[in-house]
Design a protein around this ligand. Structure first.
Ligand SMILES: *Cc1c(COP(=O)(O)O)cnc(C)c1O
Length: 469
């Protein structure tokens, strides 16, 4: 392990910029391998221990206990290897235990682990803020505050927008997901399981219709007019601090809005003095083949929220916004004990460096191509696949009841559960999504090879065939 770290740490200094990036060396063979029943005996034993001490509110999609993860493969305690199409919900975007990330974090652990940035600061925090200023859309002065989680980033974005505008209203969209804290529970579209019984909730949240072309059939302009009309009539722009949107809705089922929808919302926000906040917590950090998905839609948000993929698996999140807006918060008003932890920040710097020097953005396009081709082929065979959609390594299929694909498009959640369960038994970890639980989402690491994707697609084909029988 030490050798690997040394080699990688020395690489940037000695490798000429023009030289090809060397192929990654994996410590786990990049293949699917099932050697026991799923879950295996050791996972089952751990699961019993867990049930005695961890509440059921924290549930696991697949209770196989992971002992090692590398590249795009998870290895469980029984020695089974899974192709990981979830990447911890889009967190290990550049790969599990990525060499440069591990090296940067390990080196930082030797130097300083914690000081608290609001007592005595350190360079890594500043460097992450510089990188976010450079890589988020928009050529203007920006500031970044670092926090610990996506939900905390959303909370801070709203807080700052309220202070800047002197208004309190917060607009969100149908099918949105923003977290599990008190404010963000109120911002989510879906009550169960996220907020059922957990009230009272934060007020002044307004949920406007979104653009969901597969279901509403509206053009971007029509959907935007509907959203804006709702906000003007139900809230009134004068009371709105911000509109928070996911450029591609994550938990909502990778909904890609119709062309022109998001730019129209941004234009309206700008005209009305409403802060336009892009929640890029799931869609950001190279996942879609751009640093941020906003770029695909021509957006230049006033504020961009990051988390998930930013630090290669270490907990870190950020709120990056126009200096004029961010500077509204008074000294001492922002921060928190662990926010922008040096180890997580050092890992984030390594993630940015890997994206900058490697071909990772291109890898997202390759993955989109391979998955789109494979999933469309499945759609031709199985009529319950209503739609194939997505950008980069953020792809999804929406399943509908047989024969409803061109009529009611009735959600088919049981098929999604059955297929995810079948795939897991055969060593493919695939996540579900969607307000109605009828979406299978593919958000693998950008390190995943076409061979692994093809292998996973073959398993999916078997799963659909099994279901059709
Ligand atoms: C995951 C997610 C969040 C919440 O992030 P946490 O780190 O789980 O708090 C917020 N918004 C989006 C779009 C997400 O995908």
């Amino acid at each position: 392990m030490t050798d690997t770290i040394d080699a990688s740490a020395a690489a940037p200094a000695t490798t000429p910029a023009t030289e090809q990036v060397t192929a990654p060396v994996y410590t786990v063979t990049q293949e699917r391998r099932i050697v026991t029943a799923i879950p295996g005996p050791k996972s089952q034993e751990l699961h019993q221990r867990r049930l005695a001490v961890v509440p059921p509110g924290v549930s696991s999609a697949l209770p196989v206990y992971i002992a090692k993860a590398n590249g795009a493969v998870l290895v469980d305690v029984d020695g089974n290897q899974f192709i990981d199409l979830g990447a911890g919900i889009g967190v290990t975007t550049i790969g599990h235990t990525e060499t440069a990330v591990i090296a940067a974090a390990a080196s930082q652990l030797q130097d300083v682990v914690h000081t608290l940035f609001t007592i005595t600061p350190y360079e890594e925090y500043v460097r992450v803020a510089e990188l976010l200023a450079e890589h988020t859309p928009g050529d203007f002065a920006k500031r970044t505050v670092l926090v610990n989680s996506g939900a905390e980033a959303v909370e801070n974005g709203v807080k700052i927008a309220r202070k800047y505008t002197g208004r309190s209203g917060v607009a969100v969209l149908e099918h949105a997901y923003h977290g599990r804290t008190n404010l963000t529970m109120a911002m989510n579209f879906k009550a169960a399981p996220y907020s059922t019984g957990f009230g009272p909730f934060a007020g002044d949240i307004y949920r406007a219709p979104n653009s969901y072309p597969y279901h509403d059939g509206l053009s971007g302009a029509e959907a935007a007019a509907r959203t804006i009309n709702y906000l003007e009539k139900t809230v009134g722009a004068a009371d709105l601090a911000c509109l928070v949107v996911e450029p591609i809705q994550g938990e909502g089922g990778f909904v890609i809005p119709a062309e022109g929808y998001l730019p129209a919302l941004q234009e309206w926000c700008t005209a009305q003095g409403v802060v336009f906040i892009a929640d890029e917590i799931q869609s950001g950090m190279a996942r879609t083949g751009e640093y941020f998905a906003s770029t695909h839609f021509g957006l230049v948000p006033d504020m961009v929220l990051t988390a998930k993929g930013i630090a290669g698996g270490l907990p870190l999140a950020g709120v990056t916004g126009r200096a004029t807006i961010m500077d509204a918060a008074q000294p001492g008003g922002l921060g928190g004990t662990f926010g922008g932890n040096p180890v997580a920040a050092a890992a984030a710097v390594a993630v940015f460096e890997q994206i900058e020097k490697g071909a990772l953005l291109g890898e997202a396009a390759r993955i989109e191509q391979t998955l789109t081709t494979g999933l469309r082929a499945l759609q031709d065979k199985y009529d319950i696949i209503g739609e194939v959609r997505g950008i980069g390594a953020m792809m999804a299929i929406e399943l509908v009841e047989p024969g409803t694909g061109s009529t009611t498009k009735t959600p088919h959640a049981e098929a999604v559960s059955a297929i995810a369960a079948y795939a897991a038994q055969r060593g493919v970890l695939i996540l579900t999504a969607g307000t109605y639980g009828n979406v299978l989402r593919f958000l693998p690491s950008l390190a995943i090879s076409d061979e692994l994707l093809e292998d996973a697609l073959a398993v999916l084909d078997e799963a659909f065939a099994q279901l059709a029988r």
